[in-house]
Ligand binder design. Structure first.
Ligand code: AMP
Ligand code: MG
Length: 421
């Protein structure tokens, strides 16, 4: 068999590729879980959550001190009782009296303010105040923090510490969340071997499968390894069929270029529908997207198959730009995309003449602006260029150097790095 000179797949733009993917992605099913006890952080809520009761449910003291009537001004008061948090209301504060009260305790009837203990003295059952209060001082009013019937968490929200605290606050122990997608990852290549395997000349340790599995987990998915497939049609077909049986999404690495042993695209075309097989994008031009229908007996949505390039940087950058947003959409995330920001270049940047390029960069906050510095040589086999990168600089195709000080858009793929000196 001779080598093909011309790819049969038309080159699509980045936008078009993203559009084609999104058109085939809908949230997976939902499940009810114990959101407080099943380690639900990272899950996406599949329902709106409202509070039933107001918070606080009754007026409460915001500080330790004395509940009193503001109209009594700065006159001394007789202390008639003490209320602590959790006490049942029932007392009445009449003119000229006060009640010792602790933070979180219900404010007794008649009282309209609480004075901090630090601003008082108590002697022989009498309270002296250092200053007069205004009505409402140091009282948390009913519904001040959460109103009755208020929407506290919207569907599509990713659960983190604050969200889990809110679920507990409103008493929602069980809630429905989206199912985590199962992402099967297959490495291909006769030269590719397990990282703990015997070294051989020309061999390449399989970094892509492990990096992609970690990236899928970081995106909220369950990662499933399909191992390393030799460059053999039979073997690779069997691996894709295994994904069809066991996964929502398949990621393959390698085998999508123009070589005679690049078998993934023809296999995806044989088993399903290839939506694109080439993107005007660097690094990751051969990135391919296909859907494969399941046997009628399975009656679930088609397998989403992404043929990612073999070069380690290309596979991870393509994952970020094309796969990750789809994985977040599958989980119902209302904000599936990474934030896009405007950054100032610290170093000159050379664009690629023919394709928009996503260059790895480290973005920090300096002198009131976001500044990007390069991670060094941007070769698609140099995985070190991904190390520490928290941003992908979006560099339009062109021939003119972007000088230091120029501005470009960037996709934030990690938290802002600490400022350099
Ligand atoms: P391919 O697209 O299969 O021609 O692979 C492109 C380049 O990526 C080759 O140099 C491969 O050796 C390398 N490569 C392919 N798969 C992996 C992998 N799983 N881990 C690291 N490098 C790989
Ligand atoms: Mg290969």
């Amino acid at each position: 068999m001779g080598m093909q000179r011309e790819s049969p797949y038309p080159m699509v733009s980045i936008d078009e590729a993203q559009r084609l993917i999104t058109a085939h992605v809908a949230p997976l099913g939902v499940e009810a879980i114990d959101v407080l006890r099943d380690a639900a952080d990272g899950r996406v809520l599949a329902e709106d959550v409202y509070s039933v009761e107001p918070l606080p449910d009754t007026p409460k003291a915001g500080v330790d001190g004395y509940a009193l009537r503001s109209a009594d001004g700065d006159a001394p008061r007789r202390v008639i009782a003490e209320v602590t948090a959790g006490a049942t209301p029932g007392l009445h504060v009449a003119p000229g009296t006060a009640v010792r009260i602790m933070t979180g305790a219900p404010v007794p009837d008649g009282a309209d303010a609480v004075i901090m203990v630090e601003h008082t003295e108590e002697r022989d059952g009498m309270l002296m105040v250092r200053h007069a209060l205004r009505p409402g001082d140091n009282i948390h009013t009913v519904g001040q923090d959460i109103a009755a019937g208020q929407l506290v968490l919207a569907r599509g929200t990713t659960l983190g510490a604050a969200e889990i605290g809110l679920l507990a606050t409103v008493g929602r122990v069980r809630a429905t969340v989206y199912r985590r997608p199962v992402v099967a990852v297959l490495a291909t290549g006769d030269e590719v071997y397990e990282p703990d395997g015997e070294v051989f000349p020309g061999g390449v340790r399989d970094s892509n499968r492990y990096a992609l599995m970690a990236a899928a987990r970081e995106a909220g998915c369950v990662a499933l390894s399909l191992g390393i497939a030799r460059d053999d049609v039979q073997v690779q077909r069997a691996a894709i069929l295994e994904a069809l049986d066991r996964a929502d999404v398949l990621l393959t690495s390698g085998g999508v270029s123009m070589g005679t042993r690049d078998l993934i695209k023809p296999l995806l075309a044989e088993l399903g529908t290839v939506h694109f097989g080439r993107i005007a994008f660097k690094p990751g031009k051969p990135t391919t997207f296909a859907t494969i229908d399941r046997p009628a007996s399975m009656r679930s949505s088609p397998l989403l198959a992404f043929g990612l390039p073999g070069y380690p940087v290309s596979s991870l950058v393509s994952f970020e730009v094309f796969v990750r947003p789809a994985l977040r959409r599958l989980q119902g995330d209302a904000r599936p995309d990474r934030p896009r920001v405007r950054v100032t270049l610290r170093d000159p940047i050379r664009p690629s003449p023919d394709r928009p390029e996503y260059q790895r960069a480290i973005v920090t906050w300096e002198d009131g602006r976001l500044v990007a510095r390069s991670t060094g040589r941007q070769g698609s086999s140099r995985l070190l260029s991904m190390l520490g990168a928290n941003a992908l600089l979006i560099v339009p195709a062109g021939t003119e150097l972007y000088p230091a000080g120029a501005e470009l858009d960037a996709l934030m793929i990690g938290p802002l790095a600490p400022s350099s000196l």
